[in-house]
Design a protein around this ligand. Structure first.
Ligand SMILES: Cc1ncc(COP(=O)(O)O)c(C=O)c1O
Length: 304
């Protein structure tokens, strides 16, 4: 773990080692919390958070979905991101983890009387699926675990409890020698990765499933916007695992995973088994945006 100097907790900058909670913290037992994964990049004009507003909005939307009333105003949390990055004086790219959780004081499943707390941590973090993965692609499998069904959980919320599913799928994939898992929805269409949305390229068209069974991904939206601006034909429709086997390219998008090419799914080589041409183009365009090298999209950056 790349420790930083401070973690923001309910309005206070606490030294990293002092950012602690009680063992009877409600969330720790029953899993109701919401969080974000946000990135800040070292641009030529200094550290900049990518799509801060979109991430803070999704955090508050997630809280609403899981019936948590935030204890802090939106603007305070938005500003705290900036305050925290300033105080930590980072030299590398940064991953930011805001969390709204249920604290200490009440036990039992009825959660509305539990106190609500908000924290933001940030640390220096490189490529989630590895630098090698970004360049040469990763190996995926189709998970035996179905993505959380809409009938029983809330997939539009980036809620802690949703990630037990993702964690088990990731565990199974890695233990079986893969880098990442793709989960199916209840109708056996590809839903999403354990922390990413998916794209394929077929006959020059870019295809990404609708968000009925995936998080409303901020990176996916960015890639779709870039593709549209580049004049690439886009389809939002369901994809089956066998369609992926015969796709020309496959890649994953997520704040952590950025734009990561996939070489194979279930031991079937995708395309020529290397980072695809369109994948590379979109990956480069994405990095140009987050690193502030494309003025057209600079409004997505919040400089620290
Ligand atoms: C389950 C899941 N799907 C998709 C994504 C991609 O979302 P974003 O691009 O907003 O990071 C994430 C990561 O946040 C995720 O956890």
């Amino acid at each position: 773990m790349n420790e930083a100097k401070y973690i923001w907790m309910d309005g206070e900058l606490k030294p990293w080692g002092d950012a602690k909670v009680h063992i009877l913290t409600h969330t720790l037992h029953y899993g109701n919390a919401v969080f974000e994964g946000t990135r800040a990049y070292q641009t030529e004009k200094g550290l900049a958070i990518f799509k801060l507003e979109e991430h803070v909005k999704r955090l508050y939307n997630s809280a609403k979905i899981v019936a948590i009333t935030p204890n802090r105003e939106y603007q305070e949390v938005y500003d705290a991101h900036i305050e925290l990055l300033k105080a930590n004086d980072f030299k590398e790219n940064v991953y930011i983890r805001p969390l709204i959780y249920l604290g200490y004081g009440v036990m039992g499943l009825y959660h509305k009387n539990a106190p609500v707390n908000t924290a933001i941590a940030a640390w220096e973090w490189g490529a989630y699926l590895g630098d090698e993965g970004l360049e040469n692609g990763i190996k995926c499998c189709t998970s035996s675990i179905t993505r959380n069904p809409n009938r029983s959980t809330f997939g539009k919320a980036k809620a802690a409890a949703n990630y037990l599913n993702s964690q088990m799928a990731k565990f199974e994939a890695v233990e079986n020698g893969f880098d990442e898992a793709l989960m199916l929805d209840e109708n056996a269409f590809i839903a999403e990765g354990t922390g990413e949305c998916i794209f394929i390229v077929r006959d020059g068209k870019l295809v990404s499933p609708p968000n009925d069974n995936s998080l409303e991904s901020i990176t996916q939206a960015t890639v779709l916007e870039l593709a549209k601006d580049m004049g690439i034909e886009i389809e939002r429709r369901n994809i089956t695992r066998d369609e992926i086997y015969i796709a020309d390219e496959l890649f994953l998008t997520g704040t952590a995973a950025e734009v990561t090419p996939v070489n194979s799914l279930d031991h079937r080589v995708i395309g020529n088994g290397k980072r695809g041409e369109l994948t590379k183009k979109l990956q480069e365009a994405y990095f140009d945006v987050v690193y502030g090298r494309n003025p057209k999209y600079e409004h997505y950056l919040t400089y620290i």
